[in-house]
Design a protein around this ligand. Structure first.
Ligand SMILES: *[C@@H]1O[C@H](CO)[C@@H](O)[C@H](O)[C@H]1NC(C)=O
Ligand SMILES: *[C@@H]1O[C@H](CO)[C@@H](O)[C@H](O)[C@H]1NC(C)=O
Ligand SMILES: *[C@@H]1O[C@H](CO)[C@@H](O)[C@H](O)[C@H]1NC(C)=O
Ligand SMILES: *[C@@H]1O[C@H](CO)[C@@H](O)[C@H](O)[C@H]1NC(C)=O
Ligand SMILES: *[C@@H]1O[C@H](CO)[C@@H](O)[C@H](O)[C@H]1NC(C)=O
Length: 353
C-alpha cells in the first residue's frame, strides 16, 4: 500500500470509528426538521399556537443552542436539517433561485460542519432546470456530505409567479437519474398554494389554509402525479420520503386504485398500483402526525419497514414528538420500535457506509 493510499485508509478508519450507528443505541433519528436563513423571509410566515413569530424565527435560525439542548433532553441522536418551506420553491426567477439554493446549501454545510455527529443536511434545490438541480444535488452529496434533498412541493415559476412546475414530467428524468445514481432519498415537503388558487379554494374557510388541510391535499396530488406518471416505473430504485404519515394517501389506497383502473385506457403510464410504490419506493415519516391508531393501520397496510419517526420541529415541539414515540412501547414490539426510532433511518441514510 502506497503512502497516499495508507493515509486515505487511516482517515477512513478514523472517520468510521468516530461514528458507529448501531441497534443497541436508544436515541432517535429525525428527518423533517426545519432550519432557515435570514435571507429567506418567507420561511418565517405563520407561527403555530404557543410560539410567537419571533420565537419561531429564532428556532428556525438556531442549530447549536435550544435545538441541540432539546435533542439532548429528549433522546434525539441525529437530526437532518432542511430549509423551511417554501424555500427555493417560492422563488420564480430561475437565476435567483439557483443562486439562493447554493447559498442555502453552503450555509447549512458551514453551520453543521463542527457537529456532523448530531446534524446532517438535505439539499435545497432550484427545480426550474432539472439538469441544474441534478448537478447541485451531486455537489451537495459528494462535496458537502448531504444525505439527499428536500423539495417543498411544486416549483413556482414565470414572470407572474403563476406557473407551477411538477417533477412528474419527463423533463425531470435527468434529475431522477442523478438521484438514483447517487442513491439518496428526496423528501417531498408541503408548501402553500399561490394566492390565486388559495383565495378561490379557502376564502370560505380560511382556517383550512396551511397544515390543517391545504398542505396535504396539494402535496398529495404531486405525489400521486409521480406514481401515475410512471416515475417509479422508469426509476425502480428511486426513494421518496413523504411526511405526516403519507399525506393521507394510504387511507385511500383502495378507492384511488379502483377509480384509476377505469382510466388506464386514457393513457395513464403507471404500470403498477399506487399502494405498491409505497412498498418499494416511498418511505413515510410520522412528522406532525402522532396518531397511534393511524400508525398501526399503516403498519398493516405498508409495513414498518417503510415508516420512520420524525417530528416537524419547530412547528411541532420536540417533547411532543419524543413523548409520543416513547409511548409506543405499549403497541409495538421492542424491535419494531427500534426500527421506527432509528434502525430504518440508519439503513436509509447509510449512516454506517
Ligand atoms: C452502540 O451505540 C451506543 C450509543 O448509541 C454505544 O454506547 C455502544 O457502545 C455502541 N455499541 C457498539 C457495539 O458499537
Ligand atoms: C459549533 O459552532 C457553533 C457556532 O460557533 C457553536 O455554538 C457550537 O458550540 C459548536 N459546536 C461544537 C460541537 O463545537
Ligand atoms: C438547463 O441547464 C443546463 C445546464 O446549465 C443548460 O445547458 C440548459 O440549457 C438549461 N435548460 C433550460 C431549458 O434552460
Ligand atoms: C459530481 O461531483 C463530483 C465531486 O465533486 C464530481 O467529481 C463529478 O464530476 C460530479 N458529477 C457530475 C455529473 O457533474
Ligand atoms: C413575484 O414574486 C416576487 C417574489 O416574491 C415578487 O417580488 C414579485 O413582485 C412577484 N411578481 C408578481 C407579478 O406578482
Amino acid at each position: 500500500m502506497g503512502p497516499i493510499l495508507l493515509v486515505a485508509f487511516l482517515a477512513k478508519i478514523a472517520f468510521c470509528a468516530a461514528r458507529v450507528w448501531n441497534d443497541t443505541g436508544v436515541g432517535t433519528i429525525v428527518f423533517e426538521e426545519a432550519w432557515a436563513i435570514p435571507e429567506l423571509p418567507g420561511s418565517f410566515a405563520v407561527a403555530p399556537v404557543g410560539q410567537t413569530g419571533g420565537e419561531l424565527a429564532a428556532n428556525l435560525l438556531d442549530v447549536h443552542n435550544q435545538r441541540l439542548r432539546q435533542m439532548d433532553e429528549n433522546g434525539i441522536d441525529f437530526m437532518i436539517l432542511s430549509c423551511a418551506s417554501p424555500c427555493i420553491q417560492g422563488i420564480s426567477d430561475p437565476k435567483v433561485a439557483a443562486e439562493m439554493a447554493v447559498n442555502v446549501n453552503n450555509q447549512l454545510a458551514n453551520q453543521i460542519a463542527n457537529n456532523t455527529f448530531r446534524f446532517g443536511g438535505f439539499a435545497a434545490l432550484s427545480m426550474h432546470n432539472a439538469t441544474e438541480a441534478a448537478l447541485e444535488l451531486n455537489r451537495t452529496v459528494k462535496d458537502l456530505g448531504f444525505f439527499g434533498a428536500l423539495v417543498n412541493d411544486y416549483q413556482q415559476s414565470g414572470p407572474n409567479n403563476d406557473t407551477l412546475l411538477y417533477y412528474d414530467q419527463p423533463e425531470y428524468d435527468i434529475f431522477w437519474q442523478m438521484v438514483t445514481d447517487l442513491d439518496v432519498p428526496v423528501y417531498f415537503h408541503p408548501r402553500s398554494n399561490i394566492p390565486e388558487i388559495a383565495d378561490l379554494e379557502f376564502d370560505h374557510a380560511p382556517w383550512l389554509r396551511g397544515p390543517a388541510q391545504e398542505f396535504a391535499v396539494t402535496l398529495s396530488t404531486h405525489i400521486l402525479g409521480l406514481c401515475t406518471n410512471g416515475v417509479f416505473d422508469r426509476f425502480p430504485k428511486l426513494k421518496i420520503i413523504v411526511g405526516h404519515l403519507g399525506e393521507r394517501i394510504p387511507s385511500d389506497f383502495v378507492r384511488i386504485q379502483d377509480l384509476l383502473l377505469r382510466q388506464t385506457a386514457q393513457g395513464m403510464p403507471m404500470q403498477r398500483s399506487v399502494s405498491s410504490y409505497w412498498r418499494t419506493n416511498i418511505f413515510e415519516t410520522t412528522s406532525g402526525n402522532f396518531a397511534t391508531n393511524l400508525l398501526l393501520f399503516h403498519k398493516l397496510e405498508i409495513g414498518l419497514d417503510r415508516i420512520l419517526f420524525s417530528i416537524d420541529y419547530p412547528y411541532v415541539t420536540i417533547p411532543e414528538g419524543s413523548n409520543w414515540v416513547n409511548s409506543l412501547t405499549n403497541v409495538l414490539r421492542p424491535e419494531e420500535l427500534l426500527s421506527l426510532k432509528r434502525g430504518l433511518a440508519i439503513d436509509l441514510l447509510k449512516l454506517n457506509d
